[in-house]
Write a protein that binds this ligand. Sequence first.
Ligand code: NAD
Length: 506
Amino acid sequence: MAKTEATLKSNLDRLEPLVAKLREAPIRHVIGGERPAAAETFETHSPTDKSVIARVALGTAGDIDKAAQAATKAFKSWAKWDPDKRRALLHKIADTIEAHAEEIAVLESWDTGQPYRFMSKAALRGAENFRFFADRAPAARDGLNLPSPDHWNITTRVPIGPVGVITPWNTPFMLSTWKIAPALAAGCTVVHKPAEWSPVTADLLVRLCHEAGLPEGVLNTVHGLGEGAGKALTEHPQIKAIGFVGESATGSAIMRQGAETLKRVHFELGGKNPVIVFADADLERALDAAVFMIYSLNGERCTSSSRLLVEASIAEEFSARIAERVGRIKVGHPLDPTTEVGPLIHERHWGKVCSYFDVARTDGARIAAGGSAHDGPGGGWYVKPTLFTGARNDMRIAQEEIFGPVLTVIPFKGEAEALELANAVRYGLTGYIWTNDAGRALRMADGLEAGMIWINSENVRHLPTPFGGVKASGIGRDGGDYSFDFYMETKLVSLAKGTHKIPKLG
Ligand code: NAD
């Protein structure tokens, strides 16, 4: 048996008992360390063969209330934990996650359709998030001394309170740790509402946290729909802030829902990110990066480079080379280690992505590769990696977030037009610039309306750096100390030296 077939078989063998166990009983919420039985449930399906993986508790406003109460109670002691003890516990969670890396990888692949080659690293990335914020926990409360002639003015930070974390279905395990680890490190307690299309590893995460010794009520997980459990979480008076990752329209809804209780919000939303390739760039590296940033993770990636702006003088040849590559991308079973693109998460999302093939044709773009559904193993929600050429920036395929393995190519002439096209979208998450002219790279970076810009690179994350978008792509930043600024309140303590004059009245 070839090595890849053997790995597929061993992944399937590993998956089988895990899925059999999931079928035994519905996935329950975890509230205050307990797992209450739910009155109603919903199903989560595998996008690979459409089979039911598990039934899942359908959270209600009542469940959210219980979880908020549990988080409020736990906050009283968790906020005061010795930070070194908290650091050690968060490292223990990371150890536990690493010990379950294979289980997380196969379950995540099966629940979301994400290729195993990427998901095999999901647990390690998740553990790394815990370790990074664990090490920062002891300094989370640090502040500044801003002396004035008569006072020592000292700032410190305190955890804001119980917070809500609402996550989407793309790379859900890694992404949830990215939001939850800093909240816990800051001393907040959490109510997590995972996406309804990918609940399996969210349940695993809270179980692993408890296995590592996280006290009851510090992390609570309530499953369910956005308009049910999600909405109730954003409206709950005891929840002080909402860390949200998802669509821009949902961000607007959450802002409305949270207005009454004056919620602090942090939004990581959609993107339509440009990769801008000038003729003077290292075109081999630019090609690899452009292909990777849209066709990895099924294109279901907020930072994907979904618009390729390419200098007109090289547009034809560069597009042809991309089309050739795209035609060679291996679509297949997500647990096959050679698969590069797996099935999309859900029938509804698959339908949305496929609808853009007709939109492109109607609007007059050319389909240079793909452009249809794909008949993949298991009969699931596969699409062919797709390339649109001959597009204009005002077409829907250049303006709307498709969130699949679909790239739109638009030629430009000169720096000014590149910048104008790059910025002429409602989003502003990332931008990727390819040129060997340093001055031009800096001018472009300065002018790009985006929260994160990479020059001559694909998205390579460094955890201390800020992560977030502008315009319809988000509000606020994650990463490093930025995360603590969200999950903590800055407090001023001003100490008089006894030298200043106090005005006398009466
Ligand atoms: P979504 O907005 O549909 O759902 C995200 C979460 O919000 C889910 O848990 C959902 O149940 C919940 N939700 C839905 N309606 C709600 C409401 N009214 N109140 C409270 N919660 C509600 O997004 P999705 O389809 O799951 O995820 C894909 C989107 O996420 C894409 O737009 C993608 O760009 C974005 N995303 C952004 C980043 C980033 O860092 N900027 C990262 C990953 C994903």
